[in-house]
Design a protein around this ligand. Structure first.
Ligand code: NAP
Length: 359
């Protein structure tokens, strides 16, 4: 059997690897493919199942009423389960699924099905980083992104930032927007750039993330593009709890939502905001700037991952907008560390990807 065992670590859900009598089957299991998948079990085509935690969740969660039937088929056909992540753990946090968990564990035990965990664990963790952060903390996985010149400026002194990077980098950002649940900027970015904050992928249908704008005093112009464009995704203005009801009503009439959050040092409290976004089931958040919002997100330790783009150009002074603004650490050993760095080339630009070191 081992010689026929294939493993495809980059598939998100369930990968079926090995069929009987040398027939090999590969399959990506999404919730909507469940029937097909269990059909393959029933035909005896599948001998081994490689699962990754989200796949298990979806499989069991997708058709709980049919669990008995699935159960029987599993008894007949599963020889071994190879899981990337600890199989006991993910079942704990499926809404109301203590029942499913108990059934599944009972099934494994009664049938002596060996469970091997930790296979391709690092890849699986990376693939599911949004999900793992969200279920573990109730907060979104946060990515901080910026596009800077080589001398570390994200806009000129006049606020001009169109465009720092080239087309390939900008396309990458639109792909990122398509993947995340929400995207966030500060009100100054809205004032300066008037962005639409939508996903634009030429020739492809991208989904727009929820737009989150930090605007403590609700000063956004009713003409701002984020309040104008037709998009299925909501726009949320995050304001201080003090803002007057009439301002809130005016924004809501313009089609956006207002989320009131307590302030910390006169700005929206980042940690409270993350909790509230998590409560709204936003599992991932891309912070696109500007300078004050990025600084605040780093200094309040809400960022998990960075995507910093550097364009091969130098602004040549110190009056442009820096990546982060405001007071910073006094000593180099107080810097926020970035680990697991990967460097990519997109056209002429360089992308540095990395994870924020905890604590
Ligand atoms: N190249 C890039 O990647 C990129 C991306 C985005 C923006 N930009 C550039 O960045 C510039 C704007 O940056 P900026 O620093 O002036 O403004 P910003 O970060 O866009 O917005 C900052 C404002 O957001 C509000 N805010 C509310 N809560 C906050 C919190 N917890 N932390 C930080 N801000 C909070 C505050 O205004 P209130 O007190 O009024 O609420 C604050 O002054 C523009 O020139 C834009 O072109 C560049």
């Amino acid at each position: 059997m081992a010689s026929h065992r294939w493993l495809i670590p980059h598939l998100r859900h369930i990968v079926v690897i090995h069929g009987l009598q040398g027939q090999l089957m590969l399959g990506l299991l999404l919730a909507q493919h469940l029937e097909e998948f269990y059909g393959a079990f029933a035909c005896g085509l599948i001998e081994q199942l490689v699962v990754e935690r989200q796949g298990v969740l979806l499989a069991l969660h997708g058709q709980p009423k049919n669990f008995g039937e699935i159960h029987t088929r599993l008894v007949l056909h599963i020889h071994e389960i190879v899981a990337a992540l600890d199989i006991l753990d993910p079942l704990e946090f499926v809404a109301g699924d203590a029942f499913v968990q108990a059934l599944f564990l009972e099934f494994l035990e009664q049938n002596g099905v060996p469970v091997i965990t930790g296979v391709c664990e690092a890849q699986a963790k990376k693939l599911n980083e949004f999900f793992i952060k969200y279920v573990g903390t109730g907060r979104p996985f946060v990515i901080a992104k910026c596009a800077a010149t080589l001398d570390g400026r994200i806009a000129t002194r006049t606020g001009d930032s169109r465009w720092v990077t080239g087309e390939a980098a900008r396309r990458f950002v639109h792909q990122l927007r398509h993947k995340v649940d929400a995207i966030m900027v500060g009100i100054n970015t809205i004032r300066n750039d008037d962005p639409s904050l939508t996903t634009r992928l030429p020739g492809l249908q991208g989904s727009d993330p929820t737009r989150v704008i930090l605007d403590t005093h609700l000063t956004i112009s009713p003409d701002a593009r984020v309040l104008q464009q037709a998009s299925a995704a909501p726009t949320i203005l995050v304001a201080g709890i003090h803002v007057a009801g009439n301002k809130k009503t005016a924004i809501e009439k313009a089609g956006a939502r207002v989320l009131k959050v307590a302030l910390k040092n006169d700005l929206i409290d980042m940690n409270l905001l993350m909790q509230q976004l998590g409560a709204m089931e936003l599992t991932s958040l891309l912070i696109e700037g500007g300078s004050r919002v990025l600084a605040s997100a780093f200094n309040h330790a809400v960022v998990d991952k960075v995507f910093f783009f550097y364009a091969p150009k130098i602004l040549g002074g110190d009056d442009g907008v820096p990546i982060c603004s405001g007071p910073s650490a006094e000593y180099m050993d107080e810097c926020i560390g970035i680990r697991d760095i990967a460097v990519h080339r997109l056209g002429d630009d360089v992308l540095i990807e990395g994870y924020v070191e905890a604590g």
